[in-house]
Design a protein around this ligand. Structure first.
Ligand code: F58
Length: 800
């Protein structure tokens, strides 16, 4: 049918609808073992996936060959999370086979979108950090950089969220109960990973071990010109059965080693501070880091031999501190296992490693008890002590330590063991220098660099917003897909009435699609003419979903007080999960659902204000919501959101931002223009100063009757008559300590929201502002971010 040796580029352009149809039917018959008359949607989806996978594999082999031939530096991205979502549509879009596939499926009597939507999300991440890793892999492939992602093949990804009486209920996620069409098991790539036991002079006798087994997923870049590998590790027992127990007739006991070993890759931790410090988490971290490093060194030795050349040929990026054990582990491999002197091993490791920080929140910076650490990784603890001593010996007047009595500090360890440390937005990087890493920055002033986050335009515009993508391509051709800064060529079209009306029509149609989907799935009818005001992200006090719902309550009260005034109809859409142990965040979800029930049922306000909390936020839901949004809520307390990446997706898709000067909002506003951004709230410096004011919350409430009335409604049970005290603790918090300054920022938020209302009433003006957001967002491509890492951190280059 087709040759496997041809260049991937040629394949995608010569592969026709007929070929696609034949390939689908071939896989339906011979891979799925079904005939067309009895095939389910799942069977068709798998058949299509295998047909697409075949096309990807050709380019994948070609990329691997070219990487070896070029002997180029390789990038390894170590991350506990890769939030890749669905892969079928991504593959079809990047190989430019989407139209052929849709035609082929239609000709076979199927609804293509029903088939494509049958794929579950691979929810192998919590939020921004995991999604960033997925965008980076796609960009590395689109740019043709030889790279591998390394992570964990969780059997259960992030929990599914449902609501019962407005409350979040967590259900297990089960993506691997179906066959995962995209992966290849690699029985030859297995490593033994030890735990516990004793450290002895430059050595280690682990007491127990598990096997790390590799599963590879190809990640194809734009136009199929290159594909890299995401290698995920599953934990398996060294021996499936304990034969002694088995022979004694204890069949259940005999299976214990297997169950114990598999626990390590069983479930993704749901970003829960109550879970931090748990033994299983440390095991997960060491498990995937050690397996990845063993694999990297094996490949390196095969290609280059001399380990002293490691930094020349290998760049390893640590996505947060989760793989921070890579520092001591690499020293252990170089020194203990390969006889390189300790100091030299340390220098080699440092020159190879880079560390990305994603948060300044103290409770999220990893610290391990040295008791637990020493029990699980005794040799590593010794190595960390030597690293700490060496660092202190070099800087005797510094008070920086990696070890403190009882704890190992992973942030400090990562910093000391990386040659570059980066923040993820300009503001965050400056705050790293002036707060958490102040002293270390003074000792190593060239180490901290900034790499502002980005998002892949293939998934977040071309694939998820085909209407807007086509309009752009009509005007400037399609090179923007591989070079997003070309969007600036649309600048001259923003004054063109034809362009603006087509732009508005694309948004209107996206909103109509979303409204139809929400009605079909959730039974809530929305008028697409209303402003779609959207806040979608993890629930956290610093992200301030409670500020948004308080404003909604105040607005509801204002409309009720003057129902005939000229209100701008809007629907506030929320989505996001709360960590299972984060009770305050879960209560905010419940409050939003309770308020929605009352407000949506009110005949006075019904056509002016609606509130919807969509359950089970995931990548696929984001792909639906973002193209249909008018207003993007980026309202974190300044200084707390490291960057944000949703903010970039919204701006690119023509939603206007209402936001604080936090994270990458600052850079978005600079680029799209301050007149196309609704700014409110205190700056990071003002936040620090405000907290020092005694009774700051009470003072803010005293001067704003709207805020007082909104809080009073929450306090008196207006939204939960059956249990009036349900939210007393929230009101108490916002009136007292209010660490995240919801009350202090409320008045200015209200003001900005009324500016939004006025702007939205001028439909043409709004469209012009929205279009300017799209046209000026080209810089926020993850291709640009990856180029930054290549130049500043990795010293790597594309091979194509
Ligand atoms: C996020 N962090 C930042 N962490 O909050 C966000 O500002 C930034 O844009 C993004 O990283 C990418 O740089 C984040 O998502 C997590 O999900 C951790 C997972 C593991 C436990 C602790 C939180």
């Amino acid at each position: 049918m087709y040759s496997s040796k041809v260049d991937a580029m040629t394949v995608s352009t010569t592969f026709t609808t007929q070929d696609m149809r034949a390939a689908i039917l071939h896989h339906l018959t011979y891979t799925m073992g079904k005939d067309a008359d009895h095939a389910t949607t799942y069977d068709w989806r798998m058949a299509l996936s295998f047909a697409v996978r075949d096309r990807i594999v050709d380019g994948w082999f070609a990329s691997t060959r070219k990487s070896y031939e070029a002997g180029a530096k390789r990038v390894y991205y170590l991350s506990m999370e890769f939030l890749i979502g669905r892969l079928l549509q991504d593959g079809l879009v990047n190989l430019r086979l989407l139209d052929d596939a849709c035609e082929a499926l239609t000709a076979l009597g199927l609804d293509p979108w029903q088939v494509i939507s049958n794929e579950p999300d691979a929810a192998l991440g919590n939020g921004g950090l995991g999604r960033l890793a997925a965008c980076f892999l796609e960009s590395l492939s689109s740019l043709g950089v030889p790279a591998h992602g390394y992570g964990i093949r969780y059997e259960h990804g992030l929990f599914r969220q449902s609501f019962v009486d407005g409350r979040q209920v967590e259900l297990p996620e089960t993506w691997l109960q179906q066959h995962h069409a995209w992966e290849f098991e690699r029985p030859e790539a297995r490593y033994r990973i030890g735990f516990g036991g004793d450290a002895r002079d430059a050595g280690w006798d682990p007491a127990e071990a598990v096997i790390a087994a590799a599963y590879d997923t190809p990640i194809v870049g734009w136009q199929g010109r290159w594909a890299n590998t995401l290698r995920l590790w599953a934990a398996k027992p060294v021996e499936a059965f304990d034969l002694d127990s088995f022979n004694r007739g204890d069949f259940v006991g005999a299976a214990t080693p297997e169950a114990m070993a598999r626990t390590i890759s069983r479930v993704l931790y749901p970003d829960d501070t109550t879970e931090i410090g748990k033994e299983l988490r440390l095991k997960q971290e060491y498990f995937f880091t050690a397996a990845s490093l063993a694999d990297i060194l094996r490949r390196f030795e095969m290609e280059h031999g001399d380990l002293r050349k490691l930094p020349e040929k290998v760049a390893i990026q640590l996505n947060d501190t989760h793989p921070a054990i890579a520092g001591p582990e690499l020293v252990r491999l170089l020194h203990d296992d390969n006889g390189i002197p300790f100091d030299e091993a340390m220098d080699l490791a440092r020159s190879t490693l880079g560390y990305t920080n994603h948060t300044l929140l103290p409770e999220a910076l990893e610290r391990w008890s040295d008791h637990l650490f020493g029990r699980l990784l005794p040799r590593h603890l010794e190595i960390i002590d030597r690293i700490d001593q060496a660092h202190r010996a070099t800087y005797p007047s510094s008070s920086v330590t990696i070890r403190e009595p009882g704890v190992v500090k992973m942030g400090e360890l990562s910093f000391v063991m990386a040659h570059r440390v980066n923040g993820v937005s300009a503001l965050h990087t400056e705050l790293m220098k002036s707060t958490v890493f102040k002293e270390l920055n003074a000792l190593h002033p060239d180490r901290i660099v900034n790499e502002t986050n980005g998002v892949t335009p293939r998934r977040w515009l071309l694939s998820s917003n085909p209407r807007l993508a086509s309009l752009i391509t009509e005007r400037i051709g399609e090179d923007w897909v591989g070079d997003l800064e070309q969007l600036s060529r649309l600048e001259e079209h923003v004054g063109d009435a034809g362009f603006l009306s087509a732009y508005a029509e694309a948004k209107r149609a996206n909103k109509a699609d979303l409204a139809a989907w929400i009605e079909a799935e959730h039974g809530i009818a929305l008028d697409p003419a209303m402003m779609f005001d959207v806040q979608i992200k993890r629930l956290h006090e610093y992200k301030r979903q409670h500020l948004n719902i308080l404003e909604a309550i105040a607005l509801w009260q204002a409309i009720r007080a003057a129902p005939d005034a000229d209100w701008t109809p809007r629907v506030k859409i929320f989505a996001g999960k709360a960590a299972p142990g984060y009770h305050f965040a879960k209560d905010i979800i419940r409050l939003i659902n309770d308020v929605a029930e009352v407000v949506n049922a009110d005949p006075v306000t019904r056509d002016k204000l609606k509130i919807v909390f969509l359950p089970n936020y995931n990548v696929t839901l984001a792909e639906r919501l973002i193209p249909a949004s008018d207003l993007s809520e980026q309202i974190s307390t300044a200084g707390k959101e490291a960057s944000g990446t949703g903010n970039m997706k919204f701006a690119l898709n023509g939603a206007l931002t209402i936001g604080t000067l936090d994270g990458a909002n600052v850079e978005i506003r600079e680029r799209v223009g301050e007149e196309n951004f609704f700014l409110f709230g205190m700056t990071a410096d003002e936040v620090v100063a405000r907290r020092k004011i005694k009774d700051h919350a009470a003072k803010a409430i005293a001067v704003d009757p709207r805020l007082a009335a909104a809080l009073a409604a929450v306090r008196d049970g207006t939204f939960c008559a059956e249990e009036p005290d349900r939210y007393a603790h929230i009101v108490q918090n916002l009136s007292g300590p209010d660490y995240f300054l919801v009350s202090s920022d409320f008045t200015d938020y209200w003001r900005a929201q009324r500016e939004v209302d006025a702007a939205y009433r001028d439909a043409d003006g709004w469209t012009r502002m929205a279009a300017r957001n799209t046209v000026r967002s080209g810089w926020f491509s993850s291709d640009r971010t990856i180029r930054g890492y290549m130049a500043d951190v990795w010293g790597a280059e594309p091979v194509i």
